[in-house]
Design a protein around this ligand. Structure first.
Ligand code: ADP
Length: 227
C-alpha cells in the first residue's frame, strides 16, 4: 500500500482519503466487483475502518445490486454527491446516476474524465480506505492503475464438488502464477468457485455480511488481512 501511495503523484491524492485500492481485471465477468465489495466489507467489519466503494465500472456498474442500494444520491450545498450507505460502507456508482437501461458507450478519454469526476466530486468526508471497482480492460486507464496494484487475486480458482469434495481446476492453475511472476506481483489469495457466493451476491447480500463465519467469507477476509 505504501508503495502505491508513494507512486501516486501528489495532485492525484484524494482529500480526506487515507488509502485507495483499485480492483482491476483484463475482462469483465470474472468476479472483480464481488472481490471489491467483499474486500471493502471485510476491512470495514474486521477493523471497524471507514470504508467507501467507488463503482468506476462505468460499462456495467454492479455495485448498486451487490450492495442492495438504489435511488439518486443527494447533493451537498457545494454540489458534491453524497454517497449512499449500506452495511456500514459508503458507495458511489455511475449506476445511481445513469439509467440501468441506457447504453453506456464511452471510451478512452471520456472514461478517464468520468472517473476523475466521480473520484473528486463525491463527498466521502473522511475515509480510511476507498476501494475502486475499475472498468474491465487493458486500456490506458487500467494500465496506469495496474502499474501500482498490490497483488493478484485468483478468483474461481477451483471448483470443489459439494457431494464428493473432489477439486476441479476448471480454468487451470499455472496462468495466474505466470502473470504474478511476470509482473512481479504478490499472490494475495485464491477464491474457489462457489454457488453461494454467486447466489448471495445476486440477492444483494455479500457473503462477508450474510455468512461472516463461513469458509467462503474467510477467503475474502484473508485477502483483507494482506492489504
Ligand atoms: P465483474 O465485476 O468482473 O464483471 P462480478 O463480480 O459481477 O464480475 O461477477 C460475475 C458473476 O460471477 C456474478 O454473478 C458473481 O456472483 C459470480 N462470482 C464471482 N465470484 C464468484 C465465485 N468465487 N464463485 C461463484 N460465483 C462467483
Amino acid at each position: 500500500l505504501e508503495k502505491m501511495r508513494k507512486g501516486l503523484p501528489t495532485k492525484q491524492r484524494i482529500e480526506g482519503i487515507k488509502h485507495v485500492i483499485a480492483i482491476a481485471s483484463g475482462k469483465g465477468g470474472v468476479g472483480k466487483s464481488t472481490v471489491a465489495v467483499n474486500l471493502a466489507l471485510a476491512v470495514a467489519s474486521l477493523w471497524r475502518k471507514r470504508v467507501g466503494i467507488l463503482d468506476a465500472d462505468i460499462f456495467g456498474p454492479s455495485i448498486p445490486r451487490l450492495m442492495n442500494l438504489n435511488g439518486e444520491p443527494n447533493m451537498t450545498n457545494k454540489g458534491q454527491l453524497i454517497p449512499l450507505t449500506n452495511y456500514g460502507v459508503k458507495c458511489m456508482s455511475i449506476g445511481f446516476l445513469v439509467s440501468q437501461n441506457s447504453p453506456v458507450v464511452w471510451r478512452g478519454l471520456m472514461v478517464m474524465k468520468a472517473l476523475q469526476q466521480l473520484i473528486h466530486q463525491v463527498f466521502w468526508d473522511e475515509l480510511d480506505l476507498l476501494v475502486i471497482d475499475m472498468p474491465p480492460g487493458t486500456g490506458d486507464v487500467q494500465l496506469t492503475i495496474t502499474q501500482q496494484i498490490l497483488g493478484i487475486v485468483q478468483n474461481m480458482s477451483v471448483f470443489i464438488c459439494p457431494t464428493c469434495q473432489q477439486k476441479t481446476h476448471i480454468f487451470g492453475t499455472d496462468g495466474v502464477l505466470k502473470v504474478a511472476k511476470e509482473m512481479d506481483l504478490e499472490m494475495l489469495g485464491d477464491i474457489p468457485l462457489h454457488t453461494e457466493i454467486c447466489e448471495l451476491s445476486d440477492r444483494g447480500q455479500p457473503i462477508v455480511i450474510a455468512k461472516p463465519e463461513s469458509i467462503q467469507a474467510q477467503y475474502y477476509k484473508d485477502i483483507a488481512g494482506k492489504v
